[in-house]
Ligand binder design. Structure first.
Ligand code: ADP
Length: 484
């Protein structure tokens, strides 16, 4: 049996109901595809609304005891999960490549990145603070304490099947919350395997449930209507984020929203061009461009535009496209046929409106959901891809003349997740960093994600922060105790 089939045959594929593998109550299952071939990889149990309520019953039953578990013990469970994840890195990497499509190298990168949230929050669990002051009037004392929010619903996307889960599960468990994860329907297998890791790390039964489903709204709806659920944390599209925020209003649920991006990447005339090309490769091509942090719009000073574009084009044209499992592959397939159609339509629209293709520009055809890595420049203002997330290996270059013009163009979007820029001028670096209306700014670097940093956006990219010392606050309530 090949390594691949042995892994697939050994995977947990039932619902993970509070730590117990359980078939869906109605017996339903759905298929998971390999995007490199379009073939069925496996099938998983398909949670029903009743299964969701059963998961919440279990979470509620152990919420108080989990919250009362010493923080050190919660931290040590997270630490053991971090170590177990690393001891199974090859399996996790192969599995993510199989169900999501990214190259094995990228998947190993995600094991490392995703694992860091477990390690970081294992350390943060014991640093949940509080505050004590004298009342200014001298008539008492003010004690501000922190308590876990309570049972959490975490809805995650397919582009980082592991890390978008650990980034929510890590702080929630550290804070003392129970968690129900609803992974994306395209990539449920990685999260189910992570459930096994947590069980082996000693997580008590009931604390973590994982519910793959083909009916996301059907499963999240009854949970969000249930007064026992206290929090929804979501990473995904802005459209679905808005639906969830609206639904959360009914019961004033706490929410954290990591939504879409439309990142500008600005190369000023004083930039180190080679460094900027390296940064653009990361910011654009990491994860095959399927990242909310992906550089969607490359604004390049006209005086260096041709040099930058030529160098970028050479690098992008040299990328090897193929199944993620093939050694040497740089860019795997897109996640599914819908995404392939979206990327194709965005490129066709830009070209029809006058953009120039420097390399790539279309899908190669054949099996799998591949799109050839592409550079287009002279992209007109009217092109849809300047407004919509591309989520694919397509770099769009736009020229500019002045700093003010670049900043105005960069901010001309409803999104505000991240921006990047390259300059060698320190004054400009400070000035532009504060002028860019995004939750995160990369200065002379093309990758910003770090478990120790607060990740999150402004405007329609959402609210709340994941990672850093801020990340755990999303799962804590403040309680004020007035002491006489
Ligand atoms: P994408 O377009 O990247 O697939 P989505 O926002 O559609 O992003 O998906 C992100 C996550 O949100 C997935 O787990 C998906 O199943 C879930 N989801 C999609 N629609 C809904 C909905 N109406 N209610 C709750 N979750 C949803």
């Amino acid at each position: 049996m090949s390594k691949q089939s042995a892994l697939i045959a050994s995977l947990p594929t039932e619902l993970w109901l509070g730590g117990i593998a359980t078939p869906a109550s109605n017996g339903a299952r759905f298929d998971v595809l390999d995007p490199a071939t379009g073939d069925v990889l496996s099938s998983v149990a398909d949670a029903s609304p009743e299964d969701a309520v059963a998961a919440l019953d279990r979470a509620v039953a152990v919420q108080a005891s989990w919250a009362a578990t010493p923080a050190r013990e919660r931290g040590e469970i997270l630490r053991r999960a971090f170590e177990l994840l690393h001891s199974r890195a090859d399996d996790f990497a192969l599995l993510m490549t199989l169900e999501m499509g990214k190259s094995l190298q990228e998947s190993h990168g995600e094991v490392k990145y995703g694992g860091e949230f477990l390690r970081w929050f294992s350390e943060e669990a014991v640093r949940i603070g509080g505050r004590f002051t004298q009342a200014p009037a001298g008539n008492g004392r003010i004690l501000a304490t922190k308590a876990p929010v309570g049972p959490v619903l975490a809805i995650t996307p397919w582009n980082f099947p592991l890390a978008m889960g650990t980034r929510k599960i890590g702080p929630a468990l550290a804070a003392g919350c129970t968690v129900i994860v609803k992974p994306a329907e395209d990539t449920p297998l990685t999260m189910l395997l992570l459930g096994q890791v947590f069980a082996d790390a000693g997580l008590p039964e009931g604390v973590l449930s994982i519910l793959p489903t083909s009916d996301a709204a059907g499963v999240s709806g009854p949970l969000m209507e249930d007064p026992r659920l206290r929090k929804v944390t979501f990473t995904g599209s802005t459209g679905v984020g808005k639906l969830l925020v609206r639904a959360s209003a009914e019961r004033l649920l706490r929410t954290s929203m990591e939504l879409g991006g439309n990142a500008p990447f600005i190369v000023f005339d004083d930039a180190d061009i080679d460094a900027a090309v390296d940064g653009a490769m990361l910011a654009k091509m990491r994860n095959g461009g399927e990242a909310c942090t992906a550089a969607n719009r490359l604004y390049v000073a006209n005086s260096v535009r041709e040099e930058f574009t030529q160098k970028l084009t050479a690098r992008i044209a040299a990328l090897k496209v193929g199944p993620g499992v093939t050694p040497g592959t740089d860019i795997g397939p897109l996640i599914n046929s819908k995404q392939l159609a979206t990327v194709t339509a965005l490129v066709e629209d830009a070209v029809a409106k006058g953009a120039r293709v420097r390399t790539g520009g279309q899908a190669p055809g054949g099996v799998g959901f591949f799109f050839t890595p592409t550079v287009i420049d002279e992209v007109p203002n009217t092109a849809n891809l300047l407004r919509d997330e591309i989520f694919g290996p397509v770099a769009a270059v736009i020229g500019f003349d002045t700093e003010d013009e670049a900043i105005a163009a960069a901010n001309d979007t409803q999104y505000g997740l991240v921006s990047y820029f390259y300059t060698r001028d320190l004054d400009r670096a400070m000035r532009v960093s504060s002028a860019l209306d995004t939750g995160m700014v990369g200065v002379n670097r093309g990758a910003i994600s770090d478990a120790a940093a607060p990740f999150g956006g402004v405007k329609e990219s959402g609210f709340g922060r994941e990672g850093g010392s801020e990340g755990i606050d999303e799962y804590l309530e403040t309680k004020y105790i007035a002491l006489q």
